[in-house]
Write a protein that binds this ligand. Structure first.
Ligand code: ATP
Ligand code: MG
Length: 370
């Protein structure tokens, strides 16, 4: 059958609103055009995806269009296949909440039989780098759901005027078939409230979100994340099945992260030093601890130097937003572990030797008094 002969059939089916036939003709056209005219094939695929009638069809020919902006045809969200990532390191309390969420979803048929819905939405809040995005990614792997990310901050600024409509398209896409929709920078819907010109638009967006949250299909999960929970409307909070605060990691969690990062290290000295490091990394986020460890591992490989010494050296200059108590503890531990002179310590810390002497003084005085 020639390509031209599909045209009258396609016109008839479109005029009749016969989506099934349109979809089937389009699938054949995409297959025929994929190699000779990839751009045309992609455009047909995008059109199907945008109208929400083609996700299965597209996948059958190896294309996942993802939701698109109607005019610019730009992608509105990032669609990724689920991947298995390590379980994030969480406080005991948060881990229990997450395990319960997983268990309840795994028992969904039982709940539904009893007239109850399984939980399907989570609002995560907490400072940067505590694993909000990572946790959402992890859950998409646990439930084998496509990971659909919509960054509200960028979508609101780049599609102002039709953001509500675009958010709706992404949500429709995520509802259409099982997926985990992750709304990042969720506070962006609230942030601009003081800007009167955007008020109408933002109200519409919030209304769209509230409505969607109300009857979110149980086969999909909606997760939202924010660093600024105080900006969110009470009405929004109420709609989420779970609201979970991720805090900066405590000493136990930092130790767990360090042990994961240095799991190949077997010598007892390094293992013991990780206990000390877990204490010295107070105030750092999980992302910071991972970054610090990765930097040290990289340097140790390149320089062939002692890994523990490098970790401490990296920690000394990792951030300058430190309290004196850190410098005092650090100076004493580093001096004792690596037999550093005051000058070397001063170099590591980027401080004058006299200041380092002051950091070291306390304990020495105490020891003298013993
Ligand atoms: N709880 C955690 N357990 C294990 N690794 C973590 C954890 N939190 C963060 N990480 C590591 O740090 C990286 C960055 O964290 P992530 O992007 O998830 O933080 P976030 O809370 O989403 O931050 P932001 O508010 O800036 O978006 C992750 O990819 C992961 O490697
Ligand atoms: Mg994030």
């Amino acid at each position: 059958m020639s390509i031209e002969s599909y045209i009258p059939k396609l016109v008839r089916a479109s005029l009749d609103n016969d989506h099934r036939t349109v979809r089937s003709i389009c699938t054949r056209l995409i297959r025929r055009l994929k190699d000779s005219h990839p751009d045309v094939a992609k455009e047909i695929a995008d059109a199907l995806a945008y109208h929400g009638i083609g996700a299965n069809t597209l996948r059958s020919v190896g294309i996942d269009g993802g939701p698109l902006d109607a005019e610019s045809r730009k992608s509105l969200a990032v669609v990724e296949e689920p991947v298995d990532v390590n379980k994030p390191v969480l406080s005991v309390k948060v881990e229990r909440l997450i395990d319960d969420f997983i268990a309840e979803r795994e028992q969904a048929p039982k709940l539904i039989a009893a007239g109850l819905n399984p939980p399907s939405s989570i609002l995560l809040y907490g400072p940067p780098g505590v694993g909000k995005t990572y946790l959402a990614n992890y859950l998409s792997g646990v439930f084998k759901l496509k990971f659909v990310t919509l960054d509200l901050a960028t979508s609101i600024s780049s599609y102002l005027g039709k953001t509500g409509q675009n958010i709706k398209s992404v949500i429709d896409y995520a509802r259409q078939e099982p997926s985990l929709l992750f709304l990042d920078e969720f506070d962006a819907v609230a942030k601009k409230r003081d800007d009167m010109s955007d008020l109408g638009e933002l109200k519409r967006i919030v209304n769209v979100l509230l409505k969607e949250l109300e009857d979110w299909p149980s086969h999909s999960i909606l997760m939202a994340a924010t660093n600024h929970p105080e900006l969110l409307d009470r009405a929004i909070w109420r709609r989420f099945d779970r609201t979970i605060e991720l805090e900066l990691p405590g000493e136990n969690e930092r130790l767990q992260l360090l042990q994961e990062q240095f799991q190949d290290v077997n010598d007892d000295r390094t293992k013991n030093l990780l206990l000390i490091l877990a204490n010295l990394t107070e105030g750092l986020s999980c992302a910071d601890v991972c970054k610090l460890s990765e930097r040290a591992r990289r340097k140790a490989i390149i320089s062939n130097e002692d890994l523990t010494r490098i970790i401490f050296q990296e920690l000394a200059s990792f951030t300058d937003k430190r309290e004196t108590i850190f410098y005092k503890k650090f100076s004493k531990v580093a001096r004792d572990c690596f037999q550093l002179s005051v000058r070397e310590l001063a170099d590591w810390l980027g401080k004058p030797p006299s200041t380092v002497q002051y950091y070291l003084k306390d304990k020495d005085e105490k020891e003298r008094n013993k």
